[in-house]
Design a protein around this ligand. Structure first.
Ligand code: XMP
Length: 319
C-alpha cells in the first residue's frame, strides 16, 4: 500500500524530530495498537526505545511468552517483562465485585508501570498507541453528563504524574489503518488480525472470585474454543470471541461417574467499534462439537453454554 508506506516514512521523520536523542518508554499490552506503535517507534529511534510489558497474571495461555519472544527476540526491542502476577492475584484474592476488580487492576497497573519506568534512566517520553477514535471519544465525552458503565483501564494522567511527554504516532489513524501500518512494518498477519483483548484481561471473564484454579481452567477452555473457531475458518469473520468461566459448579455424568465441575459460557460477537454488538450465529454442529471438545479436553468443566445476548442490553465482556 503506497499511502501507508508514505505515512510510515512521515511518521518516522516526526518521531525522530520530536524525540531527538532522548529515551522513550512504551507500555506494551500485546494488543495491536501498542505493538504497532512500538515497532514504528523502534524503527525510528532504535534502542532509545524501551518497552515495559506488565504481566498481571490475567493473560491467556502462552500469551506472555509470545509477546516477549516476538518483541525481544524477533524485533530486538529492549523489553522489560514485569511479571507481577503474584502482586495482582494477591490483591484480587477474595474480591468478587466487578468495579472493585477493575479499580484494583487499574491502580496496580499504574504503580507497577511507574516502578519499572523509573528504572529507565533519562526517559523523557511515554509512547502510547492512542487511535483517532480514542481522541474523539475523550473529547466528546468530556464535560457532558456521563454514566460510567465500566471503569476503563488506561494510563490516563500517568504522563503528567511522571513528568513525561507523550509520543502518539497513531493519533490520526483508525483501527483498519493501524492494521495496514502494522502490515507495512512487517508484523505477521496472524498478529495484526487478533481479536481485541481487554486491559483487565481474564479478570472480567471470571465473574465472582478469581482463583488460580479457575484461571487455569479458563485458559484451557478458551484455547480449545479459539482453536475450534480457527479450524472452522471463522476467526476473521468474528470481531471477538472468548470463554467466561461461571462462578457455579453443576452436576454432570461422565463414564459411570458423577462430576461436579464448573460451567462456562462461550461468547462470540460481531461489532464495528465495540459500542454495539450482535451475537455470532454459530451452527448447532459447531456449538455441539465445541462443547464436546471442551468437556473432554478441559478438566474442571462439565457444562458449556452459549451466550446469545447482543449489546445492548448485554455488554461484550461479562463484567
Ligand atoms: P464491553 O464489555 O464494555 O466491551 O461491551 C467493549 C469492548 O471493550 C473491551 N474492553 C476493554 N478494553 N480496557 C480495554 O482496553 C478495558 O477495561 C475494557 N473493558 C472492556 C472489550 O473486550 C470489548 O472489546
Amino acid at each position: 500500500d503506497w499511502t501507508m508506506g508514505a505515512y510510515k516514512e512521515e511518521a518516522i521523520r516526526i518521531i525522530r524530530e520530536q524525540v531527538g536523542d532522548k529515551q522513550v518508554i512504551c507500555g506494551l499490552s500485546g494488543g495491536v495498537d501498542s505493538s504497532v506503535a512500538a515497532v514504528l517507534i523502534h524503527e525510528a529511534i532504535g534502542d532509545q526505545l524501551t518497552c515495559v510489558f506488565v504481566d498481571h497474571g490475567l493473560l491467556r495461555l502462552n500469551e506472555a511468552d509470545e509477546v516477549v519472544t516476538m518483541f525481544r527476540d524477533n524485533y530486538n526491542i529492549p523489553l522489560i517483562h514485569a511479571d507481577e502476577s503474584e502482586l495482582f492475584l494477591g490483591e484480587l484474592d477474595g474480591v468478587s465485585d466487578p468495579e472493585t476488580k477493575r479499580k484494583i487492576i487499574g491502580r496496580l497497573f499504574i504503580d507497577v508501570f511507574q516502578k519499572y519506568a523509573n528504572q529507565i534512566e533519562g526517559a523523557e517520553f511515554l509512547a502510547q498507541g492512542t487511535l483517532y477514535p480514542d481522541v474523539i471519544e475523550s473529547v466528546s465525552f468530556s464535560g457532558g453528563p456521563s454514566v460510567t458503565i465500566k471503569s476503563h483501564h488506561n494510563v490516563g494522567g500517568l504522563p503528567e504524574k511522571m513528568g513525561l511527554k507523550l509520543v502518539e504516532p497513531l493519533r490520526e489513524l483508525f483501527k483498519d489503518e493501524v492494521r495496514a501500518l502494522g502490515h507495512e512494518l512487517g508484523l505477521p498477519a496472524s498478529f495484526i488480525g487478533r481479536h481485541p483483548f481487554p486491559g483487565p484481561g481474564l479478570a472480567i471473564r471470571c465473574p465472582g472470585e478469581i482463583t488460580r484454579e479457575k484461571l487455569e481452567i479458563l485458559r484451557k477452555a478458551d484455547a480449545v474454543y479459539i482453536d475450534q473457531i480457527r479450524k472452522h475458518g471463522l476467526y476473521d469473520d468474528i470481531w471477538q470471541a472468548f470463554v467466561a468461566i461461571l462462578p457455579v459448579r453443576t452436576v454432570g455424568v461422565m463414564g459411570d461417574g458423577r462430576t461436579y465441575d464448573f460451567a462456562c459460557a462461550l461468547r462470540a460477537v460481531n461489532s464495528v467499534d465495540g459500542m454495539t454488538a450482535d451475537y455470532y450465529p454459530f451452527s448447532h454442529e459447531f456449538l455441539g462439537e465445541t462443547a464436546t471438545r471442551i468437556i473432554n479436553e478441559v478438566k474442571g468443566i462439565n457444562r458449556v453454554t452459549y451466550d446469545i445476548t447482543s449489546k445492548p442490553p448485554g455488554t461484550i465482556e461479562w463484567e
